[in-house]
Write a protein that binds this ligand. Structure first.
Ligand SMILES: [Zn+2]
Ligand SMILES: [Zn+2]
Length: 344
């Protein structure tokens, strides 16, 4: 999920250019300046092209590593070391990829200027949640000449917001200082982007494209900026008819992540509603939480093998049966709703 679609997308590598295509492999936006192709002659981005070239180096590295391990093992055995000493080459095999990793990343970003890697790094962070990418992003953004940064700041911020919103729980406590420092703007100015310029997109994404813990990010913005309107609009979007009118099944499929957020942060949501005197909205949220079907806990080993969706369906059917039995005491059942479900 990203904020694309709302914004005309620029090339991830040449920020000043509008993109003409997407990389076949990683889906980053590319422009006509990026002429790289894979084996199937499909357009790819410079990083994916570098990755192809790095494969050769990686293969050589692997052969070298195996050779060293074999030689070390042979020497250890020839010198009649106890067999348990073979853990040394084994350890080498395990740690080598970690030692090699920074070098490998350098190969991936070979021949790319700092301003060419910031957006790819943000995208990688947004999707993977790997903080290493974010730290590299900060490092690279500081290396962009001030003149270029001023020119591209707007686009960079546009991409920064979803990346941090989706991975808020992974950021340092002083992330805001670090980020505005790297972007060379005042913290207040950065907050304006959150609460004014991109407010609508942030709220839409938080509600309709929920990612785990995004409400923490929303509460944080509102609390830090003392912006009650921001929270009010967020809550009202959650309570919109578009969501409430869905059937239980649709709701628990399309808005599964949103319901889970409401369920997990239930108390905070109610507190906010009380504080902002959103009585009607509080009721609506209570209602949504009531309709939430938490992922069921498997009762036996057979159930443990079922995919979550199937297990949810099974529980729904079981619940309906129980309800029906209760109702059966008073009236005759005419329809059998869970039979219909099966036919779909
Ligand atoms: Zn790519
Ligand atoms: Zn380009």
């Amino acid at each position: 999920m990203s904020f694309d679609g709302e914004i005309k997308e620029n090339c991830a590598f040449h920020i000043h250019n509008e993109s003409t295509e997407k990389c076949t492999e990683c889906k980053l936006a590319i422009c006509d300046l990026d002429q790289h192709y894979n084996m199937k002659q499909e357009r790819i981005c410079p990083i994916c092209a570098n990755r192809y070239n790095a494969k050769k180096t990686l293969r050589l590295f692997n052969y070298g590593l195996y050779a060293i391990i074999i030689v070390v093992s042979v020497i250890l055995l020839a010198l009649r070391f106890p067999i348990s000493y073979l853990f040394i080459p084994l350890l080498l095999l395990m740690v080598a990829p970690y030692i090699f990793r920074p070098y490998l990343l350098k190969l991936y970003f070979k021949d790319l200027e700092p301003q060419q890697v910031v957006i790819p790094l943000l995208k990688y962070f947004e999707i993977s949640g790997n903080i290493q990418y974010y730290n590299l992003f900060l490092k690279n953004i500081k290396a962009i000449p001030e003149e270029d940064l001023t020119k591209h700041r707007e686009v960079i911020i546009k991409h920064t917001i979803p990346a941090i919103a989706f991975n808020f729980s992974k950021l340092d406590e002083n992330w805001e200082d670090e980020l505005s420092d790297a972007l060379k703007i005042e913290k207040g100015e950065f907050r304006e982007y959150l609460t004014k310029k991109y407010k609508k997109i942030i709220i839409q994404t938080a509600v309709h494209g929920t990612q785990p813990n995004i409400s923490k990010f929303m509460f944080f913005i509102a609390e830090e900026t003392k912006d009650d309107d921001f929270l009010k609009e967020y809550i009202q979007e959650i309570c919109s008819d578009e969501i409430a009118k869905l059937s239980d099944k649709e709701l628990n499929t399309i808005y599964k992540d949103l319901l889970e957020e409401l369920y997990l942060f239930e108390e905070q949501f109610y507190e906010i509603c009380d504080k902002l005197k959103l009585t009607e909205e509080k009721e609506k949220i209570q209602n949504l939480v009531k309709r939430f079907v938490p992922p069921p806990v498997p009762k036996n080993q057979i159930e443990a093998l079922l995919p979550p969706e199937q297990l949810i369906q099974k529980r729904l059917t079981e619940d309906e049966k129980i309800e029906m039995i209760d109702e059966d005491k008073e009236e005759q059942i005419e329809e059998v709703p869970f039979e219909e479900e099966k036919e779909e």
